[in-house]
Design a protein around this ligand. Sequence first.
Ligand SMILES: C[S@@+](CC[C@H](N)C(=O)[O-])C[C@H]1O[C@@H](n2cnc3c(N)ncnc32)[C@H](O)[C@@H]1O
Length: 215
Amino acid sequence: MSYFEELDKEMDRYLEDNASEEPAILKKLRKETYQKTTQPHMISGYLQGRLLSILSHIIKPQNVLEIGTFTGYAALSIAEGLPKEGKIYTIDKNEDLAYIPQKYFAESDYKDQIEFILGDAKEEIKTLDKIWDLIFIDADKESYLEYLKLIKPNLRSGSIILIDNVLWYGKVLDNNPKDKQTEQIKLVNKIIAEDPDFENLILPLRDGLHLIRKK
Ligand SMILES: C[S@@+](CC[C@H](N)C(=O)[O-])C[C@H]1O[C@@H](n2cnc3c(N)ncnc32)[C@H](O)[C@@H]1O
């Protein structure tokens, strides 16, 4: 569930009805995520998955980093647009759920192109010596600024960063947020908008997706 889905469910249905069909493997994964996890709303889902696929087809990334795999929906969506030599490194620290993305990656057409890393992203990112063409940040909101700092040296001109949940159920409009997550999301949105190295806008899709290009 998300800010815009909540605001207008009928419009959200309309958007889904007029998007390309969800590939069968993602349909199956979405179902299993809702059956077997306690926070299924964390999944990127249908519309965001289609956007990730289209962007990946446009960018044709060689190296993709995803921070926060969950059950693997976004990684598999991005994988659709990878060139033959392209690779996704996707990190998650949740050991209990790791069997789900691992199972789906293994049975997908992209099994040799997705590397699942089980661990804390703050440590694991440092071990990956890559220049990233595309990065999807979708993990603990309190650490968004730290992730941005960690990845920035590994960007090239034209690298794309996507950051999820940047409207945080509309809480970013609160002038005096009481929780750390809202505070951090607001701070990161501001830092990005003011950074002369970036061109950016927030797409009002789902819970807000920050689209950033390194100049
Ligand atoms: C919103 S979900 C990711 C959804 C996924 N990208 C998708 O599209 O379906 C957030 C994930 O981040 C993971 N996470 C949170 N903090 C983390 C950390 N420090 N290192 C690695 N993973 C983390 C959680 O375990 C959770 O699975």
